[in-house]
Design a binder for this molecule. Sequence first.
Ligand SMILES: *[C@@H]1O[C@H](CO)[C@@H](O)[C@H](O)[C@H]1NC(C)=O
Ligand SMILES: *[C@@H]1O[C@H](CO)[C@@H](O)[C@H](O)[C@H]1NC(C)=O
Ligand SMILES: *[C@@H]1O[C@H](CO)[C@@H](O)[C@H](O)[C@H]1NC(C)=O
Ligand SMILES: *[C@@H]1O[C@H](CO)[C@@H](O)[C@H](O)[C@H]1NC(C)=O
Length: 469
Amino acid sequence: MMLHIRGKPALMLASILIYRISHTQCLTRPPANDASTNCSGVTENLSAAHATIRSGESADAKGNVFFLHIPRTAGRTYYFCFLKLATPPSRRCEKSYDVLRLNSSLADCGLLGSHDDLSVLRFLPHDTAVVTQLRNPVDRILSAYEFIVEVAVRKWLRTKPGKKPKAKRTSTRDVWPWSYLVPWMEEDMTRRRARPGTEGSPGADPYDNSLYMPLAQFVEEPMVQELLHNGASLQVVGATNYTHWEDAHAVRACVGGGGLGRAQEQLQEAAIARLETFAHVGLMEDLDGSILSLAASVGLKLDGPAWKAGLDAFEKREDGRVEQVKPDGDYLHPAQLGKAHQACVARARQKAVRRKAESMRMLALPGGGHVEFSKASRAALDPALIQRIRELNAVDEALWQHGKLLHAKQLQEHKQEGRLASVMAGKNTREGNAGARERRGSDELKRRLQAHEQHSRRKHTRSRAKSSH
Ligand SMILES: *[C@@H]1O[C@H](CO)[C@@H](O)[C@H](O)[C@H]1NC(C)=O
Ligand SMILES: *[C@@H]1O[C@H](CO)[C@@H](O)[C@H](O)[C@H]1NC(C)=O
Ligand SMILES: *[C@@H]1O[C@H](CO)[C@@H](O)[C@H](O)[C@H]1NC(C)=O
Ligand SMILES: *[C@@H]1O[C@H](CO)[C@@H](O)[C@H](O)[C@H]1NC(C)=O
């Protein structure tokens, strides 16, 4: 079974022109200046933008899916190793991580995944279901920092003779936000390399050493404010630095600087309201449960078919449109979706570990020895720095907390409706007394969720009162 894509032709995006949005070209504008921005308009603008774009609340009977990929949330596991595998080549939109390629995609494509924010929905059919995955914002920022360092170091790996870049693969350096953050980090490293040992702390602390920008400095940089802090919330409302919404820069200018002031609260409300309309919200902290919930939300079964990469299934015509020249059947995976997913995840993890080790070996400390990111080094981070990161991402913290509730609720609903059983065993257990029993169980869960919500709202009000003195 594929992604419940029935009835009308999927994304009617096909069309005439090749459309390659280069965000840096189309939307470059000077960053708004806090002092000159009237921040009381943020809510109005956010709700105005909300009025014109909407997300589908369920993939059922609709079929088009947009995976709103918040960077560093295990999107690979979600998208490449699940949604994409579950979708035959003819239904996949052209890869769009570096630039959006909707107009050059197949007419019938119904699965898009990218780092685009919600504003991309203006190019998609009205009933497109949005699915996303959230993560503890402190972990997300740490992971982004480590990733940026890792990729920046590859600069020296890359220039090793005999290393050719692989064709057809999208380079991380072309993918927002790494397209800005990696060259920036590279520059910093190059500078330090030219004068070894003169900057930063000696020693092998991976978050504070002389080889690259320390974490404590990184999180305070305007570049990181623009591209990472509260990035999940900004992406969910469609106001990132990579947006198709022209007025988004003013929103970012108003919510920068951390904490929960009025503008941040408005963003938080808008993000939570928007999240509620998504067809599925997963949590990186419960990856397995999230994949099951995702499958149930978009109507996939673990014992259903999977399809391999279908790169040579397509040919580009003169006018830029893509034509399928080999049938989907040629790409059927020998394994069922669940097995194919697991194999894909295992392969991707191995590769990530290998690449990370390979990169970090390039970083030799002046006095000898190497730095390495590890669970232990994370655990040893200064609690005050962690607290600072949390504060700079206060809106995302609230969104993540809400995401946890939504995830639990969605899982429970899928269970209650028999969809989880159907995902796992291919059979439907909706009927009978069991259903009523589960419904009672779910009423209980709902009560608990409401109690929890009230509790966290009270807590939130208290901490807000504290943070505004
Ligand atoms: C996005 O951020 C980068 C880096 O700060 C900046 O150069 C660029 O102009 C920004 N783009 C938009 C659309 O604001
Ligand atoms: C700021 O915007 C609000 C609402 O958009 C408006 O009522 C107010 O007059 C504006 N203030 C300034 C100083 O421009
Ligand atoms: C709101 O949108 C208007 C134009 O639609 C823009 O001029 C203004 O800067 C925006 N204000 C904020 C705070 O986003
Ligand atoms: C696709 O092409 C049409 C014009 O043919 C254009 O209006 C639209 O903005 C383009 N972009 C996307 C993302 O579909």
